[in-house]
Design a protein around this ligand. Sequence first.
Ligand code: ACO
Ligand code: ZN
Length: 163
Amino acid sequence: MERKFTIRRFRPEDLNQVMYINQVCLPENYSTYFFIDLYTNFPETFIVAEEDNKVVGYIMCRIESGFSGFSLMKRGHVISIAVLPGYRRKGIGEALLREALQAMVNYYGVKECYLEVRVSNSPAINLYKKIGFKIERTIRGYYADGENAYLMRIKIPQELMGA
Ligand code: ACO
Ligand code: ZN
C-alpha cells in the first residue's frame, strides 16, 4: 500500500501538536519542560509522523546506561509513542518505532531497548511484538491508577523483525 505519511525528526515548533496528541491518546501526560528536555538530550530519537500537513504521531525516547553483567551498556527506553485516532492502523506507529530503534543504534550505540506498557493495551503490545519485543516481566501497580505494566525488551539490531 502507498504511504501517505512522512517520518522526520521532531522540531521545537511541533511541541504544541505533540503535547496535544499525547493528551488525546494517553493518560500519562508531561510538562513542556519534560518534552524539551528529551529533545535537547536525545534529538535523534524524538521523531514525528506528518500527514495532511500536520503532525499526527510521535515517539520520544531516552538513552540510559546500565550494567549488563560486568560491563556498562547503553539502553534505549521508549518513553511515549502515540498516533492520533483518525490515523491509526496505517503503519505509522510501526514506522515511528522502527525509525527510533534504528537511530538508537546508529547515533547512540544502543544494544537493547525496553519500555513499559499497560497489560490491557493490546494494540501497543501487538505492535511491540510485531517488531520483535518480548515480554520480560510484569511490574505490579506501575501506573497511577494501579494497573500493572509489562516490561518489554528487544536486543537491537539482532532481534528486529521484518523490514
Ligand atoms: N489491535 C490489534 N493490533 C494492533 C492494533 C489494534 N487496534 N493497532 C496496532 N496493532 C498492531 C498490529 O500488529 C499492527 O500490524 P498490522 O496492521 O500489520 O496488523 C501493528 O501493531 C502496527 O500497527 P500500526 O498501524 O503501525 O500502529 P498505529 O499507527 O495504529 O499505532 C499505537 C499504534 C501507537 C499503539 C496507537 O494505537 C496509539 O496511539 N494508541 C494510544 C496510545 C498508546 O497506547 N501508546 C502506547 C503506550 S506504551 C508507551 O508509550 C511506551
Ligand atoms: Zn518507561
